[in-house]
Design a protein around this ligand. Structure first.
Ligand SMILES: NC(=O)c1ccc[n+]([C@@H]2O[C@H](COP(=O)([O-])OP(=O)(O)OC[C@H]3O[C@@H](n4cnc5c(N)ncnc54)[C@H](O)[C@@H]3O)[C@@H](O)[C@H]2O)c1
Length: 255
């Protein structure tokens, strides 16, 4: 892909399933990757793996729900790697329960991680991108935002908010040459999905139901997402902004 060489790109939740595949793919494309995650041990392990294969990566412990921590982490990246060219808002969390069985503490945690966290991240990087008149942001939502998903009401509300926030910011910052796009994974084989299915009364049945619903007949793999994320960040996508792409084996076929 064009234009990723030496670009400084932050990936939140970079040590998780989709995040780590994305960090590896971006490093293969020549980018300098900043792995932001709560799980520093996993982030450092991934950075070591990328650096030992001639890539460039830096692990940073960052809880995206804390605005001061996010500001400091972004400043550290700018000092150590250079100005931020790209951001992937990928960190996320979910629980699988009918809405009436959830409680306000669970809503609060879902909203903090899936909605407030990405607001903090945009706020921290956009000032620099505006000043440089350049930048690309990819936000990881979910097909739950587009078509709904039983058992994920508050999560879907956060991801729906992320989609409309992204379209609004894409309009606000088009004059600054900043592109903002959204990718919606469907069920993808990661720890998050394992957690979701474990919360169901029959986890194996739920997994089978997910696969049956996907026209291409399998769960997504993290690498399926990583390639689309890298594309949106690259110069190959320089005329694309405010768009929402489902990467889910045909689960959602939106016009
Ligand atoms: N896996 C799926 O089926 C699926 C489907 C639709 C959307 N998604 C979305 O894809 C994204 C990646 O999910 P995944 O499946 O790779 O999950 P994952 O659980 O494998 O990884 C999530 C990562 O986010 C990190 N994280 C959690 N809270 C954080 C915080 N406050 N600050 C910093 N890091 C934090 C975790 O430590 C973990 O490394 C999420 O936004 C998720 O909502 C996933």
């Amino acid at each position: 892909m064009k234009g990723l060489q030496n670009k400084v790109i932050i990936v939140t939740g970079g040590a998780g399933g989709i995040g780590s595949a994305t960090c590896k793919r971006l490093a293969e494309e020549g980018a300098k990757v900043a792995i932001f995650d709560m799980n520093l041990e996993a982030a450092e392990k991934l950075a070591h793996e990328i650096n030992s294969q001639n890539g460039q990566a830096l692990a940073i412990k960052c809880d995206i729900t804390q605005s001061d921590v996010v500001e400091q982490a972004v400043q550290q990246i700018e000092k150590e790697l250079g100005p931020v060219d790209g951001l992937v808002n990928n960190a996320g969390w979910d629980i699988f329960k009918p809405f009436v069985k959830t409680n306000p503490q669970e809503w609060e945690k879902l909203i903090q991680i899936n909605l407030v966290g990405m607001l903090n991240m945009h706020f921290a990087v956009l000032k620099g991108m505006v000043a440089r008149n350049s930048g690309s942001i990819v936000n990881i939502a979910s097909d739950a935002a587009r078509v709904g998903s039983s058992g994920e009401a508050v999560y879907a509300a956060c991801k729906g908010g992320l989609v409309s926030f992204s379209k609004t910011l894409a309009r606000e910052h088009s004059r600054n040459n900043i592109k903002i796009n959204v990718i919606c994974p469907g069920p993808t084989d990661t720890a998050l999905l394992a957690g979701v299915t474990e919360g169901a009364s029959n986890p194996e049945k739920l997994r089978e139901a997910f696969v049956r619903a996907i026209p291409l007949g399998r769960l997504g793999q993290p690498e399926d997402l990583a390639s689309s994320i890298a594309f949106f960040l690259s110069d190959d996508a320089s005329f694309i902004t405010g768009q929402v792409l489902s990467v889910s084996g045909g689960l959602t076929m939106n016009g």
